[in-house]
Design a protein around this ligand. Structure first.
Ligand SMILES: NC(=O)c1ccc[n+]([C@@H]2O[C@H](COP(=O)([O-])OP(=O)(O)OC[C@H]3O[C@@H](n4cnc5c(N)ncnc54)[C@H](O)[C@@H]3O)[C@@H](O)[C@H]2O)c1
Length: 352
């Protein structure tokens, strides 16, 4: 099926990037309204830019390889990817890169005994480029902080590598388009590692939906509700507090794809249906600034995080598709809650 450029939302962009609902109602911060308006204008401007498809990567198959030679950038979550890859047949792990040497050491330990002897790139924020410059690597895994994903992926594709990028793949509309356009022009796969699409429950639901078990799908709901307040403020939680900084810079749903991905598969988004419109609302921040203030009262380290424009606790986005179906996606990584990436489908079943 031909994928059309207009398969992108008219307001707000979803290509797996964490930017749903940048046009949300502002929360309580002075200046937040101005910031939201400028985000909205930016999204409108981006949406109006006409893009020309260079090649249709939908269904594209790269030439067969007997051995897939991998390289890995970012070894927090990425260390698990290295471990998983080391268990596969037909792969060779050629390079490991992390800014912090200890992270590389830990990962090397994990794959001891597997026979893989990857070269190491560390201690320099640009070391990953040297690894991508090599011509004996086929696939680069990227599991670094969000604001580095697009730059690393574009560089790797332009240097002849397929890429897998952790979620979210990009942090702005412009970065989403860069990924699409560079993938099309280089004919390199650009895969977002949205693991929730492949969990057993989601695959079971997808299979049942495709076999018509539920009837016609009318509405889908998904979420990323995960209490990360402690981890975000933990000095050793994420490298250089990157995730806290992300939550204090941008507004809206920063992490939409765990909930959205499986629903898009079930609804054939970009393969028969497409998203048309989005509206979003966000609660005020009830906890993050209070937590920053509390911690800063006894620890200088947290002073820079006081009075940042924190994203609100709960964001709720509603999307309308071209076929008139609706999707609701929620995001809350602050409120005390049990983890939920819940999926709910509303369907018209002939059985009823
Ligand atoms: N799919 C999932 O379920 C899931 C779960 C956890 C994390 N993630 C994603 O994985 C990514 C990484 O998150 P994390 O939890 O591992 O964070 P992390 O902070 O634990 O790890 C990031 C790593 O990147 C390294 N790094 C920073 N700058 C670098 C540079 N210039 N060059 C090389 N390495 C650099 C850091 O040293 C650190 O080891 C994020 O996109 C996150 O959203 C996804």
């Amino acid at each position: 099926m031909k994928v059309n450029r207009r398969h992108f939302l008219k307001l707000g962009g979803i290509t797996g990037a964490g930017i749903i609902g940048s046009n949300i109602l502002p929360s309580c911060k002075p200046g937040a309204e101005k910031e939201t308006l400028s985000n909205l204008n930016n999204i409108k401007e981006q949406a109006l830019i006409k893009r020309r498809q260079k090649f249709n990567m939908c269904g594209f198959t790269a030439p067969k390889m007997d051995v897939v030679r991998t390289a890995h950038i970012g070894l927090g979550r990425g260390s698990g990817h290295v471990n998983s890859v080391s268990l596969l047949e037909g792969v060779e792990i050629k390079g490991l890169c992390d800014l912090i040497p200890e992270e590389v050491d830990k990962t090397m330990k994990r794959i001891e005994g597997t026979g893989f002897k990857p070269d190491i790139y560390t201690g320099d924020p640009e070391a990953w480029k040297k690894m991508c410059d090599r011509d004996d690597i086929d696939l680069v895994y990227i599991a670094t902080p969000w604001n580095m994903h697009a730059e690393m992926a574009v560089y790797a594709m332009e240097h002849g590598k397929h890429v897998c990028i952790e979620v979210p793949a990009a942090v702005s509309m412009e970065e989403c388009w860069q990924l699409v356009e560079v993938s099309e022009s280089t004919r390199k796969h650009c895969m977002m590692l949205e693991n929730c699409c492949y969990d057993f429950f989601e695959l079971l639901t997808l299979n049942m939906a495709r076999q018509g078990f539920f009837g016609e799908i009318v509405h889908g709901e998904g979420a990323y509700i995960h209490t990360l307040l402690d981890l975000n403020f933990n000095k050793t939680g994420y490298w250089n507090m990157w995730r806290l900084r992300e939550n204090s810079g941008r507004q809206g749903n920063l992490y939409p794809t765990h909930g959205l991905g499986p629903i898009c598969q079930i609804m054939d988004i970009n393969r028969g249906d497409k998203m048309e419109y989005l509206t979003a609302v966000m609660s005020k921040d009830f906890q993050m600034n209070d937590t920053a203030k509390k911690l800063a009262s006894s620890d200088e380290f947290y002073k820079e995080f006081v009075d940042m424009p924190y994203r609100g606790n709960m964001t709720t986005c509603s999307v309308v598709t071209n076929k008139g179906r609706t999707i609701m996606i929620q995001h809350d990584v602050t409120s005390p809650n049990v983890y939920s990436g819940f999926i709910r489908l509303v369907a018209l079943s002939e059985l009823l």
